[in-house]
Design a protein. Structure first.
Lengths: 764, 504
């Protein structure tokens, strides 16, 4: 099945074709046609991904580099030795990402057909969505950092376009949407700046940006480390140390890094300055981390993601929960060789991830907007993944990425279904009584309640998502979250690393928060009695929306079984132990399978169940009586304070505004008004340059040009005219005159042509 | 001495592009008899088909996809089928295609829709192609007549309109007069060299240069008289006087075609005779060919007079007539350059590039005149362009483009043509002539831009009739003008292959 790898360009091509069709013929196709094209394009990409996966399985997980057809080399500067190709990389990591992107993507596309029904921008929406798939797939399937960067920027663009999709809504809402889009774009810019610097430094250091050159095997990490870190023993058979895998010829960045690390003592030259290679890696990885904090919404750049919920809900599900925001995690896992080599960066990564998980989890406790809760939850879960990268649990990070993609997409789509139902209910009510405006917001959970009976399918699937996210066995979230917890604790226990302990502690707390805010949400949305007429009249969503929910619910329930940890009874025997880790190890050098720890699993599940119990107690069926006060606030003044803090998002935006945005604006104002306008424009341009220039040109035009040059020209032009009209008079119209002129001309020609000979003859 | 060559020696296949056209034209002549009067447009379509086949064959040959026959010569050297021939063929056929397109509706609305028009036009085209392929002075003469006689008839095609008939008469009388000089020139050259084959002349010239003075005189006068005869065809000063009268009187569709076709033929033959036949005709060792001075003097005269007199013209057709005289001067500059040692090929390339650019631009300009011309041949004054930019923005834009190209503004085909002509002339050290060329180009901007001024800055009706074939012709001409200007390598890459010189 080797040839099947050559299909990989199709995975990008199909969505590209879909978007082009919808771009140029969207209006003519109508909603039905647009949906078929867009969903079809996504489904075809999924099919290709599945074929690639099967081909991978069939060929023993070999990694293949495929040149993009027709495009040739992208950047080729022979004199500088720069050569960057349009190359796709098919390995287990990229195929995993492709499956997630196209799989979840297809379900969400399908859902969006129902969700966006009747929207004016229906074709535009699907053009953007397919464009997003194109860039996301370029991001995950490229074989060099620059292609990844192209995808990275492209998905950023799509994110911007889709967050601000409803920029034309009347009144403040349109502004709010476009502001959110701008915020996302600008904040991401900071991260992208870090990433591109990292890419440039990588190029400077290695002279290439290819992950691996074609036909190059990743060097498995060597023996000495096996013994030092027994926990991390990978399941690679037949490894006799790096020597046997010594690579000759050109190398990609990762093998080059591995070689230099093994040899030691490599230095990177910057003109007269030289830096130890290990330090260089730290700088590069920190810059990459900055990129990841932007794209994957980590502290300090996470603030854009909650606002990004202004986009349509399928967008939130696809881009801001399942795929794009995990690009940072993918990037760091892809660069695991770098991250593994730098302990400093790993510490920073762990701390950022764990802090983000905790802080976002805390903020999620106090939100009333159904999508905001999920948004902060996403930030928190991304924190889990980043922490996993920090503690070296690359398998766990990717595993959580996959499971999270399923259940978070499910939750978002479920929330979309709820919002949809509520909007319909509100429409129904408003239809009955005119002038009905009570500040109703279809996303505010305080207006919901009792939807369990109104929307049973949504409820059940939402419940599955909640349990998965809360980490209840045997749902997907349990397995991946547990693996992260185990791995971080083991890093502390076995290596005595502080970040392992800290990460573990914070994540455990964050996990408890997770269970609490999720059950709070379920309680407020689905249990109790309807608290608003709209909720009273809400109804189940269309089948095209419900089917994807069921598909995702199924995945959320069982997908954890792809990576059962070693030592788990029965299931390990049934499904095989850490299958996913084995699969990933083929392309991620430092991936390793997780172990099962009874004690830890019990503690985690117990903690989650306890949190759910507490949430259920506080937010019981009759708890919410007052729209302004949360039941939590009524318990004790302490809790009220905590809630206020959480509800205000820890004043994070306000702090940024005071310390970053406001000074920036002041500086911009000063530069624009004082420096640019008063000084540069009014003085330098107007007075000095313009004034002087005017005086000089006046001199030139009035004196030199008009009086001297023009007069000369006019005279000569007049002369030309006079000459012309004289010659014209020869043109009499008589043939005899013309014939005479020909004769005369012939004589002239003869004389001229004979002139040299005649001259010699006559001796002139 | 005379052997009867066998059929295979004749290498008839090499003449395929032109032969197919001649054959097609003969068939067209017959077929036209069966086309009813009200459906003469069918004849036009058949003519297009004939031209298309020939063009396809020429392009195949030019692009070196296939070469017809074996070797460059046919009919014992009387017919030359080299890259230059192919290039001339392509220019002639493209011009003819555009000529048929602009005539399609023009004839109908002026009530002169007769099938002979297309037949005559195709015969003329064959004449142009034969001139480009001439390997013998006799062929030059015969081809010249094949080119000329249909044109005389076409000029008077608007019978019984007096102006048209008068122009035909003038053209015919003066043309016959000029042909006399040409034949006399051929006779003298035969007297000097004892042959009419250009290749044999090329060999004989070396002996003459080294030999007696009498043959040199004969050859000199012969070359001079051929210059007179062909100079008449290309409207060089002082053999130009027929041009404004004929252009003004003849049907505009005929003028659009013949202003280019006659020049292509004339210059092709001139290059064959002078640049290929007698490049070694050097009187003092190391000097350029003896005919060079004469040619560039004629070129200077032509550029000066054409451009100067064009300034005071108020009729578009007369203005363009003088403009076409002026352009003949520029091309003659390149012909003159061919007289310097080793420059024959470069000059031929410059001529081809210039003529290709000129073909698109000039046919385009006359097509716009056709569009504004009334059915009774009136409204061809410069003032008829008033307000055209408002009523017919696309037509005005195209006309502006053609005017800029005729002026030689960069990014238009005209600039590319002038560039290569001047470059060849500078290589030949003809600095004075180049300076005159540059200055007269500047002067020409006055009358070309005057038309643009009328279109864009003066109020007027700007009425125009643009049926689709005419619109297509103008579009093709405009696209060609623009493309060759923006992407000159399209043309120069093709032209680089062109060789003219014998031997090496």
């Amino acid at each position: 099945m080797e040839n099947f790898f050559d299909l990989v360009p199709l995975v990008v091509l199909f969505p590209l074709i879909g978007l082009l069709i919808n771009l140029f013929a969207g209006k003519q196709l109508g909603e039905r046609g647009v949906s078929i094209v867009a969903v079809g394009a996504s489904a075809m990409a999924l099919l290709v991904s599945i074929v690639l996966w099967l081909a991978q399985v069939d060929t023993g997980f070999g990694a293949v580099v495929v040149d993009a057809p027709l495009l040739g080399t992208w950047i080729d500067i022979p004199s500088a030795g720069v050569e960057i190709g349009w190359q796709f990389r098919v390995d287990t990591l990229s195929v995993t990402m492709m499956l997630v992107v196209t799989g979840v993507g297809t379900l969400i596309h399908l859902y969006a057909v129902g969700y966006m029904h009747g929207d004016e921008g229906f074709p535009r929406f699907f053009v953007y969505m397919n464009l997003f798939l194109v860039f996301m797939l370029v991001l995950v399937s490229g074989n060099n950092f620059l292609m990844m960067f192209v995808g990275w920027e492209g998905v950023g663009l799509c994110s911007y376009l889709l967050i601000g999709f409803w920029f034309d809504k009347p009144g403040d809402e349109g502004w709010k949407n476009s502001d959110a889009a701008r915020k996302a774009f600008i904040v991401n810019r900071i991260g992208d700046f870090g990433l591109i610097l990292g890419v440039l430094l990588t190029f400077w250091t290695f002279g290439t940006l290819d992950y691996y050159v074609p036909d190059e095997e990743p060097i498995p990490y060597h023996h000495a480390e096996h013994e030092a870190e027994p926990l991390f023993t990978p399941d690679i058979t037949g490894v006799d140390g790096a020597e046997s895998h010594a690579v000759s010829g050109p190398m990609g960045v990762f093998n080059q890094a591995e070689t230099w690390l093994t040899e030691g003592d490599h230095r990177v030259e910057f003109g007269t300055v030289s830096i130890k290679f290990e330090h260089m890696l730290t700088v590069i990885t920190l810059l990459f981390l900055l990129g990841a904090t932007g794209k994957s919404a980590q502290i300090p750049l996470f603030i854009w993601l909650p606002d990004a919920m202004a986009g349509p809900t399928p967008v939130s599900a696809l881009i801001h929960a399942a795929t794009m925001v995990t690009a940072g995690v993918y990037m760091m896992v892809r660069a695991n060789v770098f991250y593994h080599a730098s302990e400093t960066t790993s510490f920073v990564v762990t701390m950022i991830g764990a802090t983000t998980a905790l802080v976002a989890g805390f903020i999620a406790l106090g939100q009333w907007d159904i999508k905001r809760v999920l948004a902060y939850s996403t930030v928190s879960q991304l924190g889990f993944m980043v922490t996993a990268v920090g503690v070296g649990a690359y398998t766990a990070a990717m595993f959580h990425l996959v499971t999270h993609a399923c259940f978070k997409a499910l939750l978002f789509l479920g929330s979309g279904s709820v919002i949809h139902g509520l909007e319909h209910g509100h429409h129904h009510v408003a239809h009955g009584e005119h002038d009905h405006d009570d500040g109703f917001d279809p996303q505010d959970m305080r207006f919901m309640g009792g939807l369990r009976h109104k929307m049973p399918l949504t409820y059940w699937t939402y419940l599955v998502g909640t349990l998965a996210l809360a980490g209840i066995i045997p749902f997907a979230g349990f397995w991946s979250k547990d693996e992260i917890l185990v791995d971080s604790l083991k890093l502390g226990l076995d290596d005595g690393r502080l970040d392992g302990y800290l990460g573990f502690g914070m994540l455990l707390a964050a996990a408890a928060f997770t269970a609490f805010y999720m059950w709070r949400q379920v309680s407020m949305v689905f249990y109790g009695e309807p608290r608003h007429a709209a909720a009273e009249h809400a109804g189940e969503s269309a089948p095209v929306m419900v089917w994807p929910l069921m598909g995702l619910a199924f995945l959320s329930a069982v997908i954890g079984l792809i990576n059962v940890p070693s030592g788990f009874p029965v299931l390990g025997w049934l499904y095989g132990e850490h299958q996913f880790a084995n699969w990933l190890e083929e392309s991620v050098t430092y991936a390793h399978g997780g172990e099962f720890n009874w004690l830890l699993a019990t503690i985690a599940v117990a903690l989650a169940l306890a949190a759910i119990y507490v949430a259920r107690t506080i937010y019981n069926d009759r708890a919410i009586t007052d729209l302004e006060r949360d039941p939590l606030e009524r318990l004790s003044p302490r809790l009220a304070q905590a809630f206020a803090l959480s509800n205000a998002k820890l004043y994070w935006d306000e702090v940024y505004f005071a310390f970053v945005v406001h000074p920036y604006r002041r500086a911009a104002y000063t530069l624009a008004e004082r420096v640019d306008w008063y000084w540069w424009h009014d003085f330098v341009h107007e007075r000095v340059i313009y004034g002087t220039f005017n005086r000089v040109t006046r001199l030139l035009t009035d004196v030199l040009d008009l009086k001297i040059i023009d007069r000369a020209f006019l005279r000569s032009a007049e002369a030309v005219r006079v000459a012309a009209s004289r010659i014209r008079r020869i043109q009499t119209g008589y043939v005899r005159t013309y014939a005479l002129s020909v004769l005369f001309g012939a004589l002239l020609v003869t004389i001229i042509i004979l002139y040299p000979v005649l001259r010699d003859l006559l001796g002139i | 001495m005379f052997e009867v060559p066998s059929l295979s020696d004749l290498n008839i296949a090499a003449t395929l592009p032109v032969m197919s056209l001649v054959l097609g034209t003969c068939i067209l002549l017959l077929a036209d008899l069966f086309v009813p009067q009200e459906r003469k447009q069918l004849t036009a379509w058949l003519a297009v088909a004939g031209l298309g086949v020939s063009l396809a064959l020429s392009l195949l040959s030019l692009g070196d996809v296939t070469r017809f026959g074996d070797g460059d010569e046919a009919f014992a050297g009387m017919f030359v089928a080299d890259t230059f021939t192919d290039a001339v063929n392509v220019i002639a056929l493209v011009t003819a295609l555009l000529g048929v397109m602009v005539a399609y509706n023009y004839l109908e609305r002026t009530g002169t829709q007769r099938g002979e028009y297309y037949v005559l036009l195709l015969f003329t085209t064959a004449g142009v192609m034969f001139m480009g392929a001439a390997g013998d002075l006799v062929v030059v003469f015969v081809a010249l007549e094949l080119l000329s006689i249909p044109l005389y008839i076409l000029s008077g095609f608007r019978r019984p309109q007096e102006a048209s008939e008068e122009s035909a008469m003038k053209y015919f009388l003066l043309g016959a007069f000029a042909s006399g000089f040409l034949v006399y020139g051929i006779a003298l050259i035969y007297g000097a060299t004892g042959t009419t084959g250009l290749h044999d002349i090329w060999i004989a010239v070396d002996d003459i240069v080294a030999g007696d003075a009498t043959s040199q005189y004969l050859l000199l006068i012969g070359a001079g008289l051929m210059l007179v005869g062909l100079g008449f065809k290309v409207a060089a000063v002082p053999f130009h006087m027929w041009t404004p009268d004929v252009y003004q009187g003849a049907p505009t569709s005929v003028v659009a075609y013949m202003s280019v076709a006659a020049k292509v033929g004339g210059f092709a033959a001139l290059l064959r005779v002078l640049a290929a036949g007698m490049p070694h005709f050097v009187l003092d060792a190391g000097a350029p060919a003896a005919w060079q001075d004469t040619v560039w003097l004629v070129a200077v005269l032509t550029m000066l007079l054409g451009n100067l007199v064009a300034i005071v013209q108020n009729d578009l057709k007369r203005l363009l007539a003088y403009s076409s005289i002026a352009h003949a001067g520029y091309v003659l500059l390149a012909v003159a350059a061919a007289g310097s040692a080793g420059l024959a090929d470069e000059s031929a390339q410059a001529v081809v590039i210039y003529m290709m650019a000129y073909a698109f631009t000039n046919v385009g300009a006359f097509s716009v005149v056709i569009a504004v011309e009334k059915d009774d041949a009136s409204n061809t004054g410069v003032t008829s362009m008033r307000g055209l930019a408002r009523s017919q923005p696309w037509l005005a834009a195209a006309m502006a483009l053609f005017m800029l190209s005729l002026t030689g503004i960069p990014l238009t085909a005209g600039f590319v043509g002038k560039w290569f002509v001047f470059k060849a002339a500078i290589s030949a050290d003809l600095f004075f002539a180049v300076v005159v060329g540059a200055v007269t180009s500047l002067i020409s901007a006055y009358y070309y831009l005057r038309i643009v001024w009328y279109m864009y800055f003066e109020e007027g009706d700007g009425e125009a009739v643009i049926p689709w074939p005419l619109a297509a012709a103008i579009s093709i001409a405009a696209v060609g003008t623009l493309f060759l200007g923006v992407m000159p390598y399209l043309l120069t890459d093709m032209a680089r292959e062109i060789t003219l010189a014998f031997g090496g």
